[in-house]
Design a protein around this ligand. Structure first.
Ligand code: ARG
Length: 415
């Protein structure tokens, strides 16, 4: 009996070629696993194609709910965004797919798992590191990293082996998408001076084409997790989908930046992430109202750490557990509602409320009803400024000097 390998299968040309290639080269039985983390059209067609190309079994899994609950929302609670630009959609899905690959491999008694990543991206790292942690005994086969075929050679191979190619003209882009966002690479986008053409975008209208009339949405959060939209309770998958459609139709969520890959290269990355853009902004707004100044400051230091570890494939690590525990703890009062205005490519928070709001009207107002004791400020300032006055007296009582206005000590003996 041949050994088995479980291959992460998207239904595209590369992973279809991989079925054949792995079966031929390694003489293994290929079981495919297709994971739906959102926006996978026609799962049945993908299953049929896998079997037709030569898989011995084709497994399909709807993982949208786990993806949202265990990956996307915890990342939202952490305000995770890589290099301040990328909401990490692909990066978040990889550890989940790795986990499901391992689960199926164990169930099937497979000795290896396989994925279609090339040798120059981040995804290979995310898969391999996660698989190595979860099931160190499994071999990892990454055909696209091994075979060194160009795009053309891959297509030739497919034709030679009767692997069906998409009938529609091949998109010039390499796409990866899930509920949290869509990544568009390759083609003309590889020239960082070229503006992304409109045909790169599928989820978002161009801001100039978006309606002039703004739309308002109200997002309700419970402990940092969105639970309702415009007063209607919703499961996470539906909520994200709804916000995505609406924000996308107002031209929100396009990202175009030069990203630092883990493997050392800079790449031009274009994303569409309408829901992530809106929800991250709304979540931050609610945190601003419910967390103390110190909590906010410290959390802001954690954001790049947390985001980098997701980007860098370190989901299944102790460091992640530690940071996630901290983030969870910060979210206990991040409950309330945020109103967001969507208009012409821009999402703006225009209202927020929370039963745990630290904002006090009585303390903030300049109108009648002011509860702030202004007379107490005098004593506060006296003590706050005490060390400054002492130091100025002992060391820096002179005039500001030079272009930087540095205080020079007065001459000895001067008063
Ligand atoms: N640059 C993004 C990341 O590293 C998106 C990668 C998209 N992956 C893909 N195989 N097309 O997470």
């Amino acid at each position: 009996m041949s050994e088995k390998v479980v291959l992460a299968y998207s239904g595209g040309v590369d992973t279809s070629v991989a079925i054949k290639w792995v079966a031929e080269k390694y003489k293994m039985d290929v079981v495919t696993l297709t994971v739906d983390v959102g926006n996978v059209p026609n799962l049945e067609a993908i299953r049929d194609k896998a079997l037709k190309v030569g898989a011995v079994k084709a497994v399909i899994m709807d993982a949208r709910d786990i993806f949202v609950k265990q990956f996307v929302f915890p990342a939202l609670q952490a305000d995770a965004i890589y290099e301040g630009q990328y909401p990490l959609a692909t990066a978040l899905a990889r550890p989940l797919i790795a986990k499901l690959l391992v689960d199926v491999a164990l169930e099937e008694g497979a000795t290896a798992v396989s994925h279609g990543c090339t040798g120059k991206g981040n995804d290979q790292v995310r898969f391999d590191v996660s698989i190595n942690v979860l099931a160190p005994h499994l071999k990892i086969i990454a055909p696209a990293r091994d075979w060194g075929m160009t795009r053309e050679e891959t297509i030739k191979y497919a034709q030679k082996h009767g692997i069906p190619l998409p009938v529609t003209a091949k998109s010039p882009y390499s796409i990866d998408e899930n509920l949290w966002g869509r990544s568009i690479e390759c083609g003309v986008l590889e020239d960082p001076w070229t503006e992304p053409p409109e045909d790169a975008f599928l989820w978002t209208k161009s801001a100039s084409e978006a309606p002039d009339k703004p739309a308002y949405i109200e997002i309700e959060f419970e402990k940092g997790v969105p639970v309702a939209l415009d007063g209607k309770k919703m499961d996470g998958v539906s909520l994200i989908q709804r916000v995505s459609d609406l924000a996308g139709s107002h031209g929100i969520g396009r990202v175009d930046h030069i990203e630092n890959r883990l493997v050392g290269i800079k790449s031009r990355e274009v994303y569409e992430a309408p829901a992530a853009t809106v929800l991250l902004q709304a979540h931050l707004a609610l945190e601003a109202m419910t967390l103390s100044k110190d909590q906010l400051r410290f959390k802001q230091k954690v954001v790049p750490e947390y985001s980098d570890l997701i980007y860098n494939g370190l989901w299944f690590t102790a460091q992640h557990q530690d940071l996630a525990t901290y983030v969870q703890s910060t979210q206990r009062y991040v409950t309330g509602t945020v109103r967001v205005k969507l208009c012409k490519g821009r999402a703006a928070v225009v209202g927020r409320k929370s039963p745990y709001s630290l904002y006090s009207f009585g303390l903030a107002t300049y109108d009648r009803g002011d509860q702030f004791d202004q007379s107490a400020s005098v004593g506060f300032i006296h003590i706050w400024g005490l060390p400054v006055r002492i130091q100025a007296k002992v060391q820096q009582i002179g005039e500001p000097e030079g272009p930087l206005g540095i205080l020079k000590p007065k001459k000895k003996g001067a008063k």
